[in-house]
Design a protein. Structure first.
Length: 189
């Protein structure tokens, strides 16, 4: 069975919107604004590329990442890695040709079936809506979260669905000199 890992720059109040500077959000670029760069705080991002066997995202994140990430040295390990895009509207014609093999999954049932296959961990980048839906369906196994501040409004990583308690176990944590905190949680079933 494969492990689904959600990785996110997320504020303490759960906002994940536009961390890298995407337009249209009031706090766009919040992960780097007024934040001293401390390389060790981002070590987990390189480790994720080394440890993941595949990457998953929703349509919106795919449309944001696919024109940019294939040519970025920081994300070179993702270029040849298999990718899965969960979308009911994306077509094969919408996929870029320079970012390795990409498979479109149409439902959470398709994601559940993928988890049952052989292979290494699947890392989920961006994809706020997909993350909420996967979490509500009990499909996420681990969270890699970097928490720097409070943002108030914006797209949230976690849903507000009325559901049973979901327990998490802290398996790795670190606080850095710039105020950033890394927290890695396993989902307890």
């Amino acid at each position: 069975m494969r492990t689904l890992i959600s990785t996110a720059f997320v504020s303490l109040d759960g906002v994940v919107e536009a961390p890298g500077g995407e337009p249209g959000y009031r706090n766009s670029g919040w992960t780097f604004k007024d934040m001293e760069f401390v390389p060790e705080a981002f070590e987990i991002k390189g480790r994720e590329q080394q440890e993941a066997a595949a990457m998953m995202m929703g349509r919106v994140s795919y449309e944001a990442f696919s024109p940019v990430w294939p040519d970025m040295a920081d994300f070179a390990d993702y270029k040849t890695m298999p990718k899965y895009v969960v979308s009911t509207t994306l077509t094969e014609d919408d996929l870029v040709s320079d970012w390795g093999r990409t498979t479109i999954l149409r439902s959470l049932d398709d994601v559940a079936a993928l988890k049952e296959t052989e292979g290494g961990p699947i890392i989920i980048h961006g994809s706020a809506t997909l993350n909420r839906n996967l979490s509500d369906a009990g499909l996420i196994d681990r969270y890699h979260l970097l928490f720097p501040l409070l943002l108030g409004a914006g797209k949230r990583l976690f849903s507000d669905t009325d559901k049973d308690t979901q327990k998490l176990k802290l398996v790795e944590h670190e606080a850095y000199s710039n105020g950033l905190q890394k927290n890695v949680f396993d989902v307890i079933r």
